[in-house]
Design a protein around this ligand. Structure first.
Ligand SMILES: NC(=O)c1ccc[n+]([C@@H]2O[C@H](COP(=O)([O-])OP(=O)(O)OC[C@H]3O[C@@H](n4cnc5c(N)ncnc54)[C@H](OP(=O)(O)O)[C@@H]3O)[C@@H](O)[C@H]2O)c1
Length: 317
């Protein structure tokens, strides 16, 4: 065989292998109806969060779009209502870079909503350097993890009262590839590392939350959505940006594809035995070795309680 044909075979094989690894999608086939149920999706105005909210609205849920920008959220709401004919889609504003805003949002939910069946901690950002949040913490860690921790914590009573209910935490494959030190979660160690650490925190939080709530009807699942063509990469610069632009069309999942595992864990019946587990492509997978460290989820929980400065009247678990 000539060198030309060998090269062609290698290129095609690589293409197929990459396609299969990144793009192949298992679809959520659950027909679960959500009429009468309430779901909150953070970061629901774009990407994976938008597709998740759209799916819940199609199933008849009351869907709360928890977003920071009123205009973007209202545009998303209009599109969802138009596509689903479900008028029960509402926008509630929360800035996950501020613990005060999270507390105000949770207070509003606890005072105005009768039930909460599904909470999806989806909002996130990446490719950001050492920018600080309103509370002076690393922005990425604050938005991607610490606010999700606080929000969930403050909504536990409502989730408990509603039960069975579910909390879904959106993580990333990046959580597998990081050198994590729980004592340094607020130390800047590079844009990739801080993102990966925050996504590992999402997984560790899921594991510990499941343990602490095992006597309740709340279950919790962690999701790796895959690599998805969303706006999350807008802050990425340099060679990484070039790489993303070359590969995204062929190899990254569409937003709808990327939302499938989140939707699966939120609506599929009889997955409670996997409480606290990690899901990828609509199936349960082994936890990442970076999370499989004795005592680490508990240590992170205790550290998080300090970071979010839980008030005495808030401490329950
Ligand atoms: N895309 C991927 O390949 C990929 C891979 C693994 C994991 N994930 C995870 O998937 C989740 C969803 O991201 P995406 O890919 O769908 O990206 P996206 O389209 O950029 O969506 C992120 C959402 O988070 C919101 N957000 C950011 N900062 C916020 C803040 N301070 N307060 C409230 N909301 C805030 C954004 O709101 P604005 O529109 O106002 O900025 C947006 O709605 C993230 O947790 C991400 O880490 C994504």
């Amino acid at each position: 065989m000539s060198t030309f044909w060998v090269a062609c075979a290698v290129i095609v094989s690589l293409y197929v292998a990459f396609w299969h690894y990144f793009k192949a999608t298992t679809w959520c086939r659950s027909q679960t109806c959500l009429i009468g149920k309430t779901a909150i999706v953070t970061g629901a105005n774009s990407g994976i969060g938008y597709e998740t909210a759209l799916d819940f609205a199609k199933r008849g849920a009351r869907v709360i779009l928890a977003c920071r920008d009123k205009n973007r959220a209202e545009v998303a709401k209009m599109k969802i209502v138009k596509e689903t004919d479900n008028e029960n889609v509402v926008v509630k504003i929360v800035n996950l870079a501020s613990f005060d805003s999270v507390r105000d949002f949770a207070k509003n939910i606890n005072e105005t909503e009768e039930r909460l069946d599904i909470l999806v901690n989806n909002a996130g950002l990446g490719g950001v350097k050492d920018d600080k949040s309103d509370d002076g913490l690393l922005l990425v860690m604050h938005v991607n993890y610490l606010s999700a921790f606080l929000l969930t914590y403050l909504l536990i009573d409502l989730l408990k009262k509603t039960g069975p209910s579910r909390v879904i935490n959106v993580s990333s494959i990046a959580a597998r590839f990081t050198n994590f030190d729980v004592d340094l979660i607020n130390n800047y160690t590079g844009a990739y590392t801080i993102y990966a650490n925050s996504k590992l925190c999402n997984l560790l939080f899921t594991m510990e939350l499941a343990k602490r709530l095992k006597e309740t009807e709340i279950t919790t699942y962690c999701v790796n959505p895959g690599v998805v063509q969303t706006e999350i990469f807008r802050h990425v610069k340099g060679y990484s940006k070039v790489f993303i632009n070359i590969f995204k069309e062929d190899f990254f999942k569409t937003c709808e594809e990327g939302a499938q595992t989140t939707i699966y864990t939120a609506v599929t019946k009889n997955i409670e035995e996997y409480n606290g587990c990690l899901f990828d492509n609509c199936k349960v997978v082994d936890t990442y070795p970076t999370a499989d460290v004795k005592g680490l989820p508990k240590k992170l929980w205790e550290k998080s309680v300090k970071f979010v400065e839980l008030k005495p009247e808030e401490i329950m678990y």
